[in-house]
Design a protein around this ligand. Sequence first.
Ligand code: ADP
Length: 272
Amino acid sequence: HVSEQILEFRVMPYAEQLMMVVRDITRLKQLEQMRKDFVANVSHELRTPLTVITGYLEMLDSDNLPPPSMWNKAHFTMIEQCKRMDSLVNQLLSLSRIESARKQDKDKPVDVPAMLSLIETEAKSLNQDKHHQLTFNVDKSLDIVGAADELRSAFSNLVFNAIHYTKSNGHVEVNWQYDKDGKPRFSVIDNGDGIAPEHIHRLTERFYRVDKARSRKTGGSGLGLAITKHVLTRHDSTLEISSTLGEGSCFSFAFSKNKLAFMTTNESHKTV
Ligand code: ADP
């Protein structure tokens, strides 16, 4: 990262004299560095599973084939690594879709309870190995204006993370309710690993993971919270994170009151 100011000096002829032009290119250099880091990260993330898959495929082609007892493991690992690449590519696509999305795409009424019930179904299936106590508290009268697909990935990233980063038999609570100021607030509370303070402000950076090895084991790419932050910024909201190491975390965000939707398609269904 470039932290100092970078200046570019150029000497040019001007009315039979010489003129020196000084340009501040700090931002330009920072963007260039960010682009380079991004490409390096994507390449690294794709290369790791490819290396594993290539290793197994080479083994199959060799003269001394491994015993059949190993084939199952090889098959399972290759499928896992393919899934990992698939999920990374999907997340990259969704990041680029959000970046190039039009402003008006986020002006549609969103049926939040319906969306959350889909997420709840997915969360339950993810929770099968974890056996957490999952609680969904949803205020049925809540609807907001936004881009449904984007909001769904923002919500689900937080819910799935809470499930992933909490040891078995924990508690994960999902709330979508009005807060004290009357704003609709979405929050996910877990009693999981928690996050040390020095990591919290970096969590929404692309590819940032607290524990790379553990996150990889859960299939994480470090893009989920970057996507969530992007979506929320587009919806004039901010991700709030509070966490205590070893005790748990709370990820939440609120929408401003004027974001509430008046459903025109269903006259009997109106929100305040
Ligand atoms: P990943 O794909 O690695 O989960 P995210 O961007 O969703 O990427 O999250 C970034 C990092 O933040 C994770 O790798 C993990 O270390 C940390 N994290 C996210 N949610 C939680 C949580 N609920 N509890 C503890 N750590 C979390």
